[in-house]
Design a protein around this ligand. Sequence first.
Ligand code: CA
Length: 749
Amino acid sequence: MVFRFALIVGIFIAWASPAQSAHYFVKNQSEYFEAAKKVEAGDIIILANGEWRDFEIVLTGQGTKTKPITLISEEPGKVLITGQSNLRIGGKHILVTGLVFRNGYSPTGEVISFRWTKKDLAYDSRVTEVVIDHFNKPDRFESDYWVGMYGKRNRFDHNHLVGKSNKGVTFAVRLDSKDSQKNYHRIDHNYFGPRPVLGSNGGETLRIGTSKYSMFNSHTLVENNFFDRCDGEVEIISSKSGANTYRGNVFFESSGTLTLRHGDGNFVENNVFMGNGKDHTGGIRVINRDQTIRNNYMEGLRGTGFSSALTVMNGVPNSPVNRYVQVDNAVIENNSVVDSRRITFAAGADKERSAPPVNSKFSGNLLNGFGDGTFIKVQDDINGIRFTDNQLTAGNMEKPVAGITAMPATLSRADNGLLYPEGLTVGASRDLKPVTRDQVGVTWYAKPATGDRFGKGKDIAVAPGEDSLTETLAAAEEGDRLVLSVGDYVVNKLLPLDKAISIAGPAEGGAKIIFARPSLFEIRERGSLSLSNLLIDGALAPDSVGNAVIRTTSYPIQSNFVISLDRVNIANLDVNKSFHVIALGKSSFADRVTIKNSNFLNISGSIIQAAAETEDYGQYNAEYVSISESNFKDIGGSVFNIYRGGRDESTFGPHFSLSESNFLNVGKSGNNASGAAMVLHGVQHSDIRKSNFADSAPIKIVHTVGRPQTRVAQNIFSNTPAPIVEELIWTGAPRAKMSDNVVTDGTEK
Ligand code: CA
């Protein structure tokens, strides 16, 4: 706001000296383009408050350091750019501020571009106090950038970018021509708000460079930004060029890492990673030459492997630019890794990545592990790293490392909110001051809330009867809970969901939903559904292609959704041979599908179909699928069918867990092409335990890329074949951990 005040004073001065500059107050697009044709150094275009629909803004010209060409909103936050819109700037000293992009998407590959054409790049230009809010292409797998930065010495600061859910990095710095290299750009004080899991590669929040241009230096400064729940994929930041500085940023509950993927001589200093125990939260991954990682603070991180709090990679000898250059001359010093699950040295060592780190230094670090597992892993020779003065205050080392000394110490929280060891001087400095949410982005646009969307609205009682549920649902609002009583609820129309809705029957049971259409619920944009204490009967449903109790719309859905079933009994889905309970379609993505304490009886198809992304691009339909304490009887198809094909390794999921459930006569329909009771294809984390399978088809697990973590333990398979585990790429023995399972004949596997 200080900046805006200065700017307004600037406008006033501009008015006071009309001979030198003009101001244009424009109310529609033709007035804008008329003004944009005329602007000269010092001129200001003011967009009138209101909605500007389908507005492809171009602003280019020759401003000067003291007289930029300015595009400003009449009032900050009151100029809404909607529909098919974007902003392109070229020339010199262009300044844009105060706009909000929402309710639409860019018709091109970028929402904000620091170039007008390939020949007209922006220099010394600035975009500040601009909002991009859920400005997503309709199809989640159609790619774009929200910001593409080209040219030199540009600044992007105090902006608010939230909710990118389609493919493509949120912010890309491009080095694809000489005029964009050694650029000295600044990216600072931005709020990078929640980026949901994409379920594919291309979900990075910030990328600087590409492998092709990674031998060039970028000299981009990324400073004091706040990355809030940026979960898109395994890389939060993908640094693919040289001489960048990442300083003073905060990574809050963000799954993934800051990855020094390509390019040499980068500095990573004074950053804070706060995982709060969330899955796959990581820190910094080190690859290439001359990287400095100093005075960073990591706490509550749960990532392992390439997503460890600190990962120092093995390289490929004479690596091609798109693989892994050996770590050489890395300096990793005075970092604090606190309450975190893993640090990995010589990570990824294999036949190809056979070059361990050399000429490197690891010193003065505070190392404090979480849990009983191995905290510090060493996957190859680490004699090329000189370890000195590191203190291990908690956690296990895979093997002793000279220069890492175990020394228990009490950690206490200092005024800056960070933990420090009493009586030790190792680790991050005490004057580290993490940037706060309030210090980034804009003050005039609310930052998104945390937590569950369900149950935040009101309770609405619904009486039994024909279509009472239909009418109440139509009138309900985000977060509302529909409370059903004992009796029959007949539903004659498809129930569309474009908000988060809970539907709950009485705890003692007796609320029954009978539906007379091929589907009961359809998840649409912004829809999420929580069901509890209900009976759902499909006996009246007509035979139709794609019968399902819950299905997704046939249009792509941008927003991730949640489906939760608790104490729900579903029966009589058998009007045809493939009637499913939950069917997720193409370009739809569930953050979670949860089933617990529920019973399923006499169903011809599947309980969960999450197998629509069959093109083998590494895309899939659901991040977490969890089933517990539920019963499945007489189910014709694969009870759960989860598919993630291809060789891409950019995602953490899918995750599947099943526990304490019973399966009787499942997967044996002649119509079940897989011939399996469940199919987990390309699932990255599978945990199947304490469940009983009787008179059923076998479980089938297919491992594809990566390091799938699969555990099958303490299950009983009676008159049911043992689980089938296949490896599509890995050439060793199947990697599933099987233990304490009992198969029909009484043998343990
Ligand atoms: Ca990636």
